[in-house]
Ligand binder design. Structure first.
Ligand SMILES: NC(=O)c1ccc[n+]([C@@H]2O[C@H](COP(=O)([O-])OP(=O)(O)OC[C@H]3O[C@@H](n4cnc5c(N)ncnc54)[C@H](OP(=O)(O)O)[C@@H]3O)[C@@H](O)[C@H]2O)c1
Length: 266
């Protein structure tokens, strides 16, 4: 496939080479006529070595500082507990730094990578590997946006508070899968083979994907469409509401948001 020329985008450095970085490199390089040059930090050696062996424009640096020294735009894919390493490195004013690290605030990022000033935070997903995710970004620094455009697109968030809320809201897949497992256990208790129950529910919910992915998706409308009055869906939704499930979900979200932002938006 043909994407914008990699030349002119400079070299992309990646600090923290795990599952997210693997997806990013695939999105930048797989099937791209002129992929950018990518320099990877050496930790997560298995992934880094595999990526460098797969894509000719990707190489592994000797250490984290060598990543910075070879890069114009640095994508931070570290876990928050490892992000302390950022302030041990020597940054340049010319660096554009894009952080994908959950829980790393704009203020902490800025302090850690000074004197770099072109800073953005982003919420990529592993779907960037297929360039199938529009990445929320804040602020919309041009070089950060240019990088994310190569990965499927960028969506500028209007404020830091909005950005942090989006980060929290996108971390809600596990409770959804937990819900499906509860339904699956119900089926198993009634004699359905557990793998078959998981498959049945997986396929049933996968059928929702086109409706959920539609550009004009309206969750209220979708709920009404799937809950004809008095039917099983309607009864279950009502019973769960009466049991306080939506309120508990909201309270848990508020608590995760508070923890991730250290209460800054309270
Ligand atoms: N995965 C996703 O879909 C996703 C989506 C959005 C945001 N994020 C965020 O992206 C970050 C990374 O997530 P992930 O799932 O890719 O985590 P991961 O698979 O655990 O990868 C993190 C990598 O960082 C490496 N690392 C640790 N300390 C380092 C250091 N001092 N210098 C260089 N590399 C170091 C780790 O190496 P070792 O294994 O040797 O410790 C590991 O390879 C997290 O903050 C996460 O919240 C992830």
């Amino acid at each position: 496939m043909s994407l914008p020329d990699g030349a002119g985008h400079g070299t992309v450095g990646i600090l923290g080479v795990g599952s997210l970085a693997g997806a990013v490199v695939e999105g930048l390089c797989e099937g791209v006529d002129v992929p950018p040059r990518v320099v990877l930090s050496p930790r997560g050696a298995d992934t880094a070595t595999r990526l460098a062996a797969t894509y000719p424009t990707v190489r592994v640096a000797a250490d984290n500082q060598a990543v910075l020294d070879a890069s114009d735009t640095v994508l931070v894919c570290l876990r928050e507990r490892d992000a302390g390493v950022l302030s041990t490195l020597t940054w340049s004013e010319a660096h554009c730094v894009v952080s994908a690290t959950a829980g790393l605030s704009a203020a902490r990022l800025a302090a850690a990578v000074a004197p770099a000033r072109q800073l953005a935070r982003a919420v990529p997903m592993v779907a960037v590997a297929e360039r199938a995710w529009t990445t929320p970004v804040r602020p919309a620094v041009p070089r950060a946006v240019a990088l994310l455009e190569r990965l499927g697109g960028a969506m500028a968030m209007g404020s830091d508070e909005e950005f942090d809320a989006v980060y929290t809201a996108l971390g809600t897949v596990a409770p959804f899968v937990d819900y499906l497992r509860t339904v699956s256990a119900f089926l198993a208790d009634h004699g359905v083979d557990r793998p078959a129950a998981d498959r049945l529910l997986g396929r049933s919910f996968a059928l929702l994907a086109p409706e959920l992915a539609a550009a004009d998706v309206d969750l209220g409308r979708l709920l009404r469409a799937h809950a004809p009055s008095g039917g099983g869906n309607d009864q279950l939704a009502t019973l769960l509401r009466e049991a306080g499930v939506p309120a508990a979900t909201r309270a848990a979200l508020d608590e995760v948001f508070r923890r991730q932002t250290h209460g800054v938006w309270e």
